[in-house]
Design a protein around this ligand. Structure first.
Ligand code: CMC
Length: 427
């Protein structure tokens, strides 16, 4: 049954708008003809009530704490799938069969080296540059090296660009780390898994054999799965907006990385560790929480625009954190204890309960990553690595959509009215 919504504005005829239903989630009011008919815009800063596109990739129910990739609950994928298979699922919409899985894995492996000249780029950066600043630059620079996959109207170019991004971003991420440490770059090893290879590129020394620890490899792979996509978040919307102009995919992903860098988005896991360092000890938790409630600062790793009950990724991340700390014999780590004390107090405090603030994925991810030997400044880079497939999938979906248009939000203008220019001596 079709439904309509009616907008009544004083002095105007009622305006009827179709109500559209998706497979899951709230209905949406189709306002596409609103401006043409009523000469009015909708005002929604931060897009809190606006569906910016139609998508078949990821579904979130923030109230129920559900996250599905192409219909599959995140808990099942984190438990039973692996990151590359999840990549295939996100991009193509179905889980691969054995032949498709192998072909995809080989395709990604084949593209994991970067043009040798790209390695020279790094020498232009200061050694103490934040790795995210290098990532934005070098991912954008991929467009300068892979000019044979920039024609977005050509499906084969798009396919190769997608493989290239998923394959090369870990290589570039590891290079950012190695450069900042003054260590030589490691070439990828195709005998290793996607995640094992990333660990090798990060940590192997030329002087010793590096053996990938399977427990840590699995934990990191799961972290990648948890971060792979999250529907129309700020960085994904940035990628879509950049891509809507016809910009090449490497430039669009670089734009997504830039957006992810902010502390309210992908920078939060780094901010959580900084916060734990600043608090320092369990005895200072009460005092710190007082400052949060007085709104002098925020409890990082808490709260989410969409999840208002619990972030399902946080639960899996906490379990992963347990596994990693056990494996490394770090279960008595003061940071972990401090995080647990903060979580307990926050979950019982009316300030957080009333505002529906719960731990998000970043609350525990920083502790796991630092236990894995990854420095704080690399946390957001790892988020970018894992999210690249989400960005690629949304870009892929948008470009293939025949109704796709350039994104062009409107505004409520509250600046000066028309006025005449005065020469400088008359102002
Ligand atoms: N600590 C203390 N108070 C908070 C927090 C927090 N982490 N988050 C929200 N609030 C309060 C906020 O002050 C406001 O209070 P009041 O109603 O009294 O003004 C209320 O809760 C609603 O906050 P909001 O800023 O309107 O909520 P939002 O949906 O716009 O913000 C958020 C979502 C994630 C930006 C915010 O919760 C936040 O800043 N959290 C800390 C940063 C963080 O952990 N970010 C990672 C997000 S998950 C990773 C990802 O998907 O990118």
């Amino acid at each position: 049954m079709t439904k309509n919504a009616i907008l009544n504005v004083e002095g105007q005829e009622p305006f009827e708008m179709p109500v559209l239903s998706g497979t899951l989630g709230p209905d949406v009011v189709d306002i596409r003809k609103l401006y043409g008919t009523t000469n009015m815009f909708m005002f929604d800063p931060g897009f809190t009530s606006t569906a910016s596109c139609e998508s078949k990739i990821t579904f979130i129910d923030g109230e129920k704490g559900q996250l599905y990739y192409r219909g599959y609950p995140i808990e099942q994928l984190a438990e039973q799938s692996d990151y590359l298979e999840t990549c295939y699922l996100l991009i193509y919409g179905e889980l691969p069969n054995a032949v498709e899985k192998q072909k995809f894995e080989l395709g990604v492996l084949r593209h994991n080296m970067v043009h040798e000249q790209l390695t020279w780029f790094f020498r232009g950066f200061r050694r103490d540059a934040h790795p995210m600043s290098m990532m934005v630059g070098v991912v954008g620079a991929l467009a300068a090296f892979y000019q044979d996959s920039l024609d977005i109207s050509n499906p084969e170019h798009r396919r190769i660009a997608e493989y290239r991004m998923i394959a090369k971003v870990p290589t570039l991420a590891a290079m950012c780390y190695r450069y900042s440490k003054g260590l030589p770059f490691n070439y990828p090893r195709n005998s290793l898994s996607y995640t094992g290879n990333f660990m090798h590129m990060m940590f192997a020394k030329p002087t010793e054999d590096y053996v990938v620890n399977p427990v840590l490899e699995r934990a990191l792979d799961r972290i990648f799965i948890l971060h792979a996509d999250h529907e129309q978040n700020a960085s994904t919307s940035t990628v879509r907006l950049a891509g809507s102009s016809g910009a090449n995919p490497f430039a669009c992903i670089a734009a997504g990385i830039a957006c992810l860098w902010g502390p309210a988005h992908g920078g939060a896991n780094e901010a959580v560790l900084k916060m734990l360092d600043e608090i320092g000890d369990v005895s200072r938790v009460e005092e710190f929480m007082q400052g949060v409630k007085e709104k002098r600062y925020r409890l990082m790793g808490f709260g989410h625009r969409v999840y208002k009950n619990m972030d399902p990724r946080a639960k899996i991340m906490k379990q992963t954190c347990d596994e990693v700390l056990n494996e490394l014999g770090l279960h008595d780590s003061p940071k972990f204890k401090l995080a647990m004390a903060l979580e307990k107090i926050a979950l019982e405090d009316p300030y957080f309960i009333e505002r529906k603030l719960y731990p998000n994925v970043d609350f525990y991810s920083g502790i796991v990553l630092s236990a894995l030997g990854i420095p704080t400044t690399m946390f957001t880079v790892l988020f970018a690595l894992a999210r690249t497939v989400g960005w690629v999938s949304h870009w892929h979906e948008m470009i293939a959509d025949p109704h796709q248009k350039i994104g062009r939000p409107r505004q409520l203008y509250t600046g000066a009215g028309r006025r005449d220019y005065l020469p400088v001596d008359k102002r």
